[in-house]
Design a protein around this ligand. Structure first.
Ligand code: SF4
Length: 249
């Protein structure tokens, strides 16, 4: 078997209850095969927002409900409204982690859930009105609009998993380039190496990136990288789809 070619390890923020710590409301841990494999190829930052805001293990479950234009996080049994606490924690934590390449969160959680969290119409409602995100996941999407956010349940779908893996490894390489880029030729080399992938995701964005490179002015490397960066991340926003992602298998 040929050795794995050197690569930059993605930095991934992981819900601590996924293969790491017994912090779930019931004191359990989730064991997921994909997360276990990823541990060898990524640097993980684990976090449990609910424990971080002072809740114990085990604890009474939380629920998310709509209120006015926003969402609230509530512990029905104790009557505790934890909305402000989790918002303050999320803002402080997300502001402290620096550049990361992705988030892998526990699905359906009132704090970490990406898209399958139960949302209730009011504090006393027993039936859900829709599924959405937990409050920590909402804060992530707002602060890091182009960084991949997924949960372990969605990652069981091939197309979602390929899209996630593609982005975290490409973004890790780009993070490394941004930190170490000393000349336009390094950016050109990076761009050339990712041209086909970019074309697969968005020919329009690829053209915009080429314009930025050809328009580079001597002494303005920081500006060129900053302009390139803005377009580069957005080029990977949309999943090119199951058919095209077969290329990555
Ligand atoms: S889903 Fe998030 S908040 Fe809940 S136990 Fe896991 S890490 Fe903690």
């Amino acid at each position: 078997m040929s050795p794995i070619k050197p690569f930059v390890k993605p930095i991934i923020v992981l819900s601590a209850c996924l293969n790491s710590e017994k912090v779930r409301y019931n004191g359990e841990i989730i064991s997921d095969e994909f997360v276990e494999k990823l541990k060898d190829f990524a640097d993980l930052i684990t976090v449990c927002p609910e424990v971080s805001i002072g809740l114990g293990v085990p604890r009474d479950p939380l629920k998310v409900y709509t209120s006015g234009n926003g969402y609230r996080l509530f512990q029905t049994k104790t009557g505790l409204d934890l909305t402000e606490k989790i918002k303050i924690f999320s803002s402080s934590f997300l502001g402290s982690i620096g550049d990361v390449d992705g988030f892998l969160l526990k699905g359906k959680s009132p704090s970490c859930g990406y898209s399958g969290t139960k949302i209730y119409s009011n504090i006393n409602a027993e039936h859900i009105i829709k599924r959405g995100s937990g409050l920590f996941a909402m804060a992530i999407k707002e602060k890091f609009p182009y960084i991949p956010v997924e949960d372990e349940l969605r990652l069981k779908k091939d197309a979602v998993r390929h899209h996630f893996l593609t982005r975290i490894f490409v973004f890790a390489e780009f993070r490394h380039l941004k930190k170490n880029c000393r000349s336009i030729s390094q950016l050109i080399d990076f761009h050339t190496g990712h041209k086909h992938l970019l074309a697969l995701y968005s020919q329009k964005k690829l053209n915009e990136l080429e314009k930025i490179i050809t328009g580079h002015k001597k002494g303005k490397l920081d500006k060129t990288i900053s302009d390139y960066s803005n377009i580069f991340y957005s080029a990977f926003k949309k999943n090119p789809g199951a058919r095209k992602s077969q290329i990555f298998t």
